[in-house]
Design a protein around this ligand. Structure first.
Ligand SMILES: *Cc1c(COP(=O)(O)O)cnc(C)c1O
Length: 393
């Protein structure tokens, strides 16, 4: 295959994604469906490629954060149900209808206005709505039983809207202390019972993200919303320590030396601020990745890359598009492959370790990888699909 992309790339191991989905499939109850969460470009893995394959591997629907992300999937020909988890302004309701994308809602006024918009539009079909209940996340959602009832009544009275789901989201399901999750679950179940007492038949009920799906299999309900676990990362060290499910990371970040030099003369300074001074005879490799690609500048003089399976320290500051590493006395060559996240010849740099170094979580490390980096999707080590900045050709 002719290489049409830059020499920094992400490899997404689809066999790992398949294994992870299958692992959850075996772990959760038979009747529980899997919604693959592919927001934020599938946590940096590439949304269209991941979505398409996740559906092949057993997910039955998709979730995104904003409507644009759903439209991107529809434009790629994906026909499975897609739910927008975040708030959608009324100005976007027509698009949701046109693209058959399901929305979350929790306000009576919003529902009444959406009904008018759908009624006035030329599109046939109803707008599918999932009601969001806030049981302790404090982000979006209806907060009291009374309001929940009004929202559902408004929805059921809307001829052009269809009540398709009801959900809540846990804020501490990845922690060892179960107190708040149990309270959230109780509030949610009470809300559901209250609706049933008022004669409503419940649509699809869902509450679990990855952490809750692992720690509270009893809460699986009709569907889980599987994000980070599908990508082979654990939501927290606590969830990993439960040892209930074995996940395989799907993403590797790789590059090639764009230049290698031996420092033989003054000046020995490396990168902005001249914070690194090389020794005479030290070999310095330049790598074409920087903070604009999502490789954090906070890794300056701290991070590592793998070369021939060994860790080489970053020398000086990470710049917008490039960084340098010290190779000691190793005579590396321009064009040789290096690994920033993932495995190489017995060595490994995990996304979890990078997150730890940066004082953040693995979610942020992968979700911030920019679309400037091409994504190569692999099955059994063979590239089956590539997405990159330029249109095909
Ligand atoms: C992002 C998100 C998820 C997925 O969470 P993971 O921890 O990645 O599994 C599920 N539900 C909602 C509402 C979300 O915003």
């Amino acid at each position: 295959m002719k290489q049409l992309f830059r020499e920094t790339w992400i490899e997404v191991n689809l066999d790992a994604i398949k294994k992870n989905i299958r692992a959850f499939r075996r772990y959760i109850p038979k009747q529980t469906k899997i919604m693959a969460v592919v927001k934020a470009n599938a946590y940096g893995h590439g949304s269209v490629g991941v979505a398409r394959h996740a559906l092949q591997y057993g997910a039955t629907s998709l979730a995104v954060a904003i409507i644009e992300e759903g439209i991107v999937l529809r434009q790629a020909g994906i026909t499975a149900p897609i739910l927008v988890l975040g708030f959608t302004p009324l100005s976007r309701v027509k698009e949701a209808l046109a693209w058959n994308i399901e929305l979350s809602a929790f306000q009576v006024d919003w529902i009444k206005e959406a009904q008018k918009i759908v009624r006035a539009s030329d599109f046939s079909g109803r707008l599918n709505i999932h009601v969001n209940m806030d049981t302790g996340m404090g982000r979006l959602g209806v907060r009291t039983k009374k309001n929940l009832l009004s929202v559902v009544k408004a929805l059921e009275a809307s001829p052009d809207l269809h009540w398709n789901g009801i959900f809540t989201h846990f804020s501490t399901a990845d922690e060892a202390d179960h107190t708040l999750t149990k309270l959230q679950h109780e509030l949610f179940v009470n809300g559901l019972r209250y609706l049933e007492q008022h004669g409503f038949k419940l649509p699809t009920v869902h509450m679990c993200n990855t952490a809750a799906a692992i720690a509270y299999p009893d809460y699986s309900a009709d569907m889980i919303r599987l994000g980070i676990g599908m990508y082979g990362l654990y939501p927290s060290a606590y969830i990993r320590s439960l040892n209930r499910i074995r996940l395989v990371p799907a993403l590797s970040l790789k590059s090639r030396f764009s230049y290698v030099k031996t420092m033989l003369s003054e000046p020995y300074t490396i990168s902005y601020g001249a914070t690194y001074i090389a020794k005479k005879g030290e070999v310095i490799g330049t790598i074409p990745i920087g903070y604009a690609d999502g490789y954090s500048r906070a890794l300056s003089n701290r991070g590592f890359v793998l070369y021939k399976g060994k860790r080489m320290p970053i020398a000086g500051r990470v710049t917008m598009d490039q960084l340098m590493v010290s190779l000691g006395e190793r005579k590396a060559k321009q064009g040789e492959e290096i690994v920033l996240y993932g495995k190489q010849e017995g060595g490994e740099i995990t996304v979890d370790e990078i997150a730890e170094m940066l004082g953040t979580i693995n979610y942020e490390v992968v979700a911030t990888l920019s679309n400037r980096i091409p994504r190569l999707f692999l099955v059994k080590g063979e590239v089956v699909e590539i997405t990159h900045l330029l249109p095909k050709g």
